[in-house]
Design a protein around this ligand. Structure first.
Ligand code: PEP
Ligand code: MN
Length: 361
């Protein structure tokens, strides 16, 4: 007799979907809010995991600090209705235990926890022997070591399914973002852990609704594995992060507007064309390096000349005029001021090092 065995989809199967979409309110507020959010998110047909903060690490006391463990059964009920697994943020072993008691599917470690090895270790200790995916947000400050350390602590506790969430970095002074994306740090983590999924959190990067679409698109263009986006049934009235949340319907539109790109395409024609362009890039890079080598030889000569005439290496006026000239030229060539600045800073440092060597020889 033929038997059909129904394979149950595990949470690991759910998280393996690309792009992975996690959405839900910044905070769980009331049971009605959670159930309605879940129902409206489910109606989009695009959400794989529902998120909600139960314990909220607030920067300053007095703001809403989360509904606490009493919100956990609400999320459990929401899952019964929608069949969508759910995720909460945990910052201590007690919170891990509470969440596990209510059958939580995915845990995440927040940015304010990743910075603190004591807290990460406390969370990790409660995870020993548990088979649950854990997503680790980047630390608030742009410190790759802290992010790596948190991954290592959780991995050491025996967690096999670890994912990363890029939520941007706090930086001093005003920027257009709530948390500066510093994409290069996320890309470096991807390079170090190519097998680990990397999700982007446009909500906490932007801090507003207007920029969400662009940041989400950028993440997809950079081959991120998915997005975690805050969604609230009535964003303006949200108890936390009101400015950055969007309704489930708006989320649906945002996701529909994204141009989903594939990292790789099978077509031979495509590969041949790309290969040709890569060769061109290699060739141009070689030329750039030749020219940089020549430039440093001239710097050596100048160093010798300065040494003979007892002149300082750093001459600020000269450097400013080099930069001004480069900005003007760069603009015509489509090179941003930001790039020109970084590029010339690097060249300048190398040039100074060369001259230093000559002067001290
Ligand atoms: C959150 O996801 O609501 C949150 C508190 O985020 P973060 O840890 O990135 O600040
Ligand atoms: Mn939030």
């Amino acid at each position: 007799m033929e038997q059909t065995i129904e394979q149950k989809k595990t949470i690991h199967d759910v998280l393996a979907k690309r792009p992975l979409i996690i959405a839900g309110p910044c905070s769980a507020e009331t049971e009605e809010q959670i159930i309605e959010t879940a129902t409206r998110l489910a109606a989009t047909g695009k959400v794989d995991v529902m998120r909600a903060g139960i314990w909220k690490p607030r920067t300053r006391p007095g703001s809403f600090e989360g509904i606490g463990a009493k919100g956990l059964p609400w999320l459990q009920s929401a899952k019964k209705i929608t069949n969508i697994p759910w995720a909460v943020e945990v910052a201590s072993s007690k919170q891990v235990e509470d969440a596990l008691t209510f059958g939580v599917d995915v845990l995440w470690i927040g940015a304010r926890t990743t910075v603190n090895p004591f807290s990460v270790q406390d969370v990790a200790d409660a995870l020993r022997g548990v088979d649950i995916p854990v997503l680790i947000k980047n630390p608030i400050n742009p410190d790759l070591e802290l992010w790596l350390g948190a991954v290592e602590r959780v991995a050491k506790a025996g967690i096999k399914n670890i994912g990363l969430i890029h939520r941007g970095f706090s930086s001093y002074g005003n920027t257009e973002y709530r948390n500066a994306p510093m994409w290069h740090l996320a890309i470096e983590m991807k390079r170090r852990y190519p097998e680990m999924m990397m999700i982007n959190d446009p909500s906490h990067i932007c801090g507003n609704r207007q920029m969400l679409q662009d940041v989400a698109q950028k993440a997809i263009d950079l081959d991120f594995d998915g997005l975690i986006i805050e969604s609230h049934i009535d964003p303006d009235k949200a108890w936390s992060d009101a400015k950055q949340q969007i309704t489930p319907e708006r989320l649906n539109e945002l996701l529909s507007n994204i141009l989903w790109r594939k990292e790789d395409v099978a077509s031979e024609e495509f590969h041949a064309a790309i290969e040709k362009m890569r060769q061109q890039i290699n060739h141009l890079d070689d030329e750039l390096m030749q020219i940089l080598g020549q430039r440093m030889k001239v710097a050596d000569k100048i160093g010798q000349y300065k040494k003979d005439n007892n002149i300082t290496i750093l001459q600020t006026n000269r450097w400013n005029s080099i930069l001004e000239r480069a900005f003007a030229k760069g603009e015509k060539l489509g090179l941003s001021k930001e790039f020109i600045t970084k590029y010339f800073d690097a060249i300048h440092m190398e040039s100074i090092n060369h001259q230093n060597k000559v002067m001290n020889s």
